[in-house]
Design a protein around this ligand. Structure first.
Ligand code: DGL
Length: 309
């Protein structure tokens, strides 16, 4: 099926189902094994998460946790639900149809749970699929994209490097950003194959990771780019290693905080009240739960329980 076919299919599915809530029973297959066992021993003990009114945040994998971190700082009381589509990652070397399909599918799942807003914490999904998601979502969609505009104003030498996935660097979305904001600057688009996979494994400083970082940052160093844009939400987790490679003269831009500010602004315009919250986060993955639990706990810097989606 192509992108047009997907749009037709989702137009129907989402309009028919987005404002329905799942019943408690429907949640059972989203539980971890431990949670399910607990529920069997004492059926009253596990209450399926009520995500009505929560903020949905999703990425192709675990990278969007760098955005979730900024959202949590900006909105300490909201209930946040994070979906890592790790079972279908990386997006960066997949077709547009795959990315649109996955973005709509995860978006639909979040909408069926009654989220108040969705944050697309994936540059690749934004540049390929945000238009389709916005077309169907009855809630605000705030999306991250490579921060080319602030990078151009920050650069002293007019040299900006954009580190991103293959799909992002070749996208029309990025071409459009350069056309609008890149005047007068030399913008080097650098695809970084393999980086997402290393972060998905939690390998932030292993020899293989450092080798990949060295290989793909050398062109930016050779070109003398003095501002490097982190154009993929996985890459902030590689920042300590990247800073060492780049040296002190290079400045990095991660738009996560700007996304959190925009989300806060969009929520303030809604009539639906903020969740009277205790700042709970729910973590889901479409990948393998055990592996996700380990790497997400590492990146979130405290143990988290991950549910299967
Ligand atoms: N975190 C995603 C991004 O910002 C990675 C995409 C991928 O899975 O390749 O682009």
């Amino acid at each position: 099926m192509d992108v047009r076919g997907l749009r037709e299919e989702y137009r129907w599915i989402i309009s028919a189902r987005c404002d329905q809530r799942c019943t408690k029973n429907q949640y059972s297959h989203f539980m971890t094994d431990a949670a399910r066992q607990k529920a069997q021993m004492d059926p009253g003990s596990v209450v399926a998460p009520d995500l009505q009114g929560a903020i949905g945040v999703f990425d192709s994998g675990v990278g969007g946790l760098s955005v979730l971190r900024a959202i949590r700082q900006a909105l300490p009381h909201e209930t946040l639900v994070y979906v890592a589509d790790s079972g279908h990652a990386p997006y960066g070397d997949k077709s547009s149809t795959h990315i649109v399909s996955r973005t709509l599918e995860v978006g639909r799942w979040l909408m069926e749970r009654g989220v108040r807003a969705i944050t697309l914490a994936c540059n690749t999904a934004t540049v390929v699929a945000v238009r389709e998601l916005r077309e169907f979502a009855p809630v605000p969609v705030v999306a991250i994209e490579p921060a080319i505009k602030p990078a151009v104003s920050l650069s002293q030498r007019g040299g900006v490097g954009v580190l991103a996935t293959q799909q992002t660097v070749q996208s029309e979305g990025v071409a459009h950003l350069i056309e609008r904001f890149g005047q007068g600057a030399q913008i080097l688009l650098q695809p970084c194959p393999g980086w997402v996979e290393q972060v998905e494994k939690g390998e932030l400083e292993t020899p293989r990771t450092l080798e990949l970082l060295r290989e793909h940052t050398q062109p930016l160093i050779d070109a003398g780019a003095d501002v490097w844009v982190l154009g993929c939400t996985h890459f902030p987790f590689l920042l300590p290693a990247l800073r060492r490679l780049a040296g002190p003269a290079v400045q990095f831009i991660d738009p996560a905080q700007a996304v959190a500010r925009e989300l806060t602004r969009r929520l303030s315009l809604l009539e639906t009240p903020a969740t009277a919250g205790q700042g709970v986060e729910w973590f889901y993955t479409t990948g393998e739960v055990g592996a996700a639990q380990q790497v997400m706990s590492q990146l979130w810097e405290r143990p988290v329980e991950v549910l299967s989606l």
